[in-house]
Design a protein around this ligand. Structure first.
Ligand SMILES: O=c1ccn([C@@H]2O[C@H](COP(=O)(O)O)[C@@H](O)[C@H]2O)c(=O)[nH]1
Length: 223
């Protein structure tokens, strides 16, 4: 099974289905995020799930524990393979999210968005390196009993060392010659896997390619 989850980031249902169908032979799952979910909700997720690939619901939930738990419960009928919350929501929020999730769902916590660097972190009042922040939140997620974390490929080796049995999701993945866009902490797909990623999230390098099928196949061939 391919470790690539293709990020289907579009509000256009027909385009989402076309992208998923075109790339399905070369990816291991579909990642649906806020852009798609805000446009199509649970009905849209169910339509994409009909394609037959595991669904990663990347909603990055972040609120008080009761609100997140109720939201996770409301999603549990979808039983996504993976669901994201923000680690900075705190231990009680993470524990309650896990308790509310379907037993078939891995709950993973976003540590530090891959679109941020150390200076962005400092601007939020957090001093220290990106790696230190990721490790702090990795420990919190581990202690809260959830399944894993989201981090960049630059920190995944250190995070896996701290939590050898954790599940590590790595976005911010770019082929060596890829356009970087708004991502700041990027690595190649091969480097992310070598460093310990469990799965790779790849969006625009596939979905904005002239031929998404060929792009997904070409990235897969580098793994
Ligand atoms: O830290 C994070 C967490 C989630 N994402 C999501 O991954 C994809 C990446 O898309 P690209 O087009 O490959 O940049 C996107 O859906 C993000 O919401 C992330 O990039 N970083």
């Amino acid at each position: 099974m391919s470790p690539i989850f293709v990020a289907i980031d579009t509000p256009d249902l027909a385009r989402a289905k076309a992208l998923a169908n075109r790339t399905r032979a070369h990816v291991g799952g579909l990642k649906l995020g806020l852009e798609f979910f805000c446009a199509h909700g649970q009905a849209g997720v169910r339509e994409l799930a009909e394609i037959g690939l595991p669904i990663f619901l990347d909603l990055k939930l972040h609120d008080i524990p009761n609100t997140v738990a109720k939201a996770v419960q409301a999603l549990s009928g979808l039983a996504p393979a993976i669901l994201t919350v923000h680690a900075s929501g705190g231990r009680a929020m993470l524990e309650d999210a896990k308790a509310a999730a379907s037993p078939h769902t891995k709950v993973v916590a976003v540590t530090m968005l891959t679109s941020l660097d150390a200076s962005d972190l400092a601007a939020t009042g957090v001093t220290g390196s990106a790696e230190a922040q990721v490790l702090r939140l990795t420990d919190l997620a581990h202690e809260a009993g959830i399944d894993g974390i989201v981090c960049s490929g630059a920190e995944v080796a250190a995070a896996r060392k701290a939590w050898p049995k954790g599940f590590f999701v790595v976005p911010g993945v770019r082929p060596a010659d890829g356009v970087i866009g708004d991502q700041k902490r990027v690595v190649t797909p091969r480097a992310a896997l070598d460093a310990g990623a469990s799965i790779l999230v790849i969006g625009r390098p596939i979905t904005q390619a002239e031929d998404p099928d060929a792009a997904a196949r070409a990235i897969g061939a580098t793994l």
